[in-house]
Write a protein that binds this ligand. Structure first.
Ligand code: 13P
Length: 251
């Protein structure tokens, strides 16, 4: 059984004070959640978030990690720095990084390998743009992104990996993929993992989330689909009540 995993991606939102306020509200609201709950926060909020969720069922995540151990990489952050703050999950290859900050399949792969080697659990983002969708390239793009991201990853590391399918056209736009479409597209990703490793590995080890305008209204329908194991939530993760309702999608 793949345990559902709902993760918030705060992106570039929330100061330290706002982090405490949001999490103080969120902690009691999700205390009895069945799903695994993760919050991925900006670097400057990691320490505060770690304090606010200490001893709770909420897991801590970051939004990126560099592949090098340390060194002259101004503005980057290392796995050791994150681990020292209690970080467990890390988002890698978000489409906003790919779109605005030059992230490529190759750098995604390097970050994934370092994260795993260090004991961080990567949430690897894949997804097609509107242009790619309209050009009939969804499968090609997802097979490529998934295959490249997992290069050099061992079969026995697969249960540490979460993949987030985030169609770029659905992020922050209010447009959601239909539940059926998200399900069928995620099946392409799972099938790719089955071919790269084994059908049982894809079926049992890798959790695949949907992301893109997921909110309290559509979460239940999306989560009812057999291929969808969770969500990566942007906007709706910035409000404690909304996020808790996504986390407890079954009502
Ligand atoms: P929204 O939920 O705001 O569409 O963002 C999705 C996302 O990019 C999560 O990583």
């Amino acid at each position: 059984m793949r345990r559902p995993i709902i993760a918030g991606n705060w992106k570039m939102n929330n100061t330290k004070a706002q982090t405490y306020a949001l999490l103080n509200d969120l902690v009691p609201l999700v205390a009895d959640a069945e799903a695994e709950v993760v919050i991925c926060v900006p670097y400057t909020s990691i320490w505060a978030a770690g304090e606010a969720i200490k001893g709770t069922n909420i897991h801590l995540g970051a939004e990126n990690v560099h592949w090098a151990e340390k060194g002259a990489f101004t503005g980057e952050i290392s796995a050791d720095m994150l681990l020292e703050q209690g970080v467990e999950y890390v988002i890698i290859g978000h489409s906003e990084r790919r779109q605005y900050f030059g992230e490529t399949d190759e750098t995604v792969n390097k970050r994934v390998l370092t994260a795993l080697a260090k004991g961080l659990k990567p949430i690897i983002c894949v997804g097609e743009t509107l242009e790619e969708r309209e050009g009939g390239k969804v499968e090609e793009v997802l097979v490529r992104q998934t295959t490249e991201a997992l290069k050099g990853v061992d079969k026995d590391q697969l249960d540490k990996i979460v993949i987030a399918y985030e169609p770029v056209w659905a992020i922050g736009t209010g447009k959601t993929a239909t539940a059926q479409d998200a399900n069928d597209t995620i099946a392409i990703i799972r099938n790719t993992i089955a071919k790269l490793y084994c059908p049982k590995c894809a079926e049992e080890k890798v959790r695949i989330q949907y992301g893109g305008s997921m909110n309290p209204k559509n979460a239940k329908e999306l989560m009812a689909m057999p291929q969808i194991d969770g969500g990566l939530i942007g906007g709706a993760s910035l409000k404690a009540v909304d996020f808790s309702q996504v986390v407890k999608y079954n009502g």
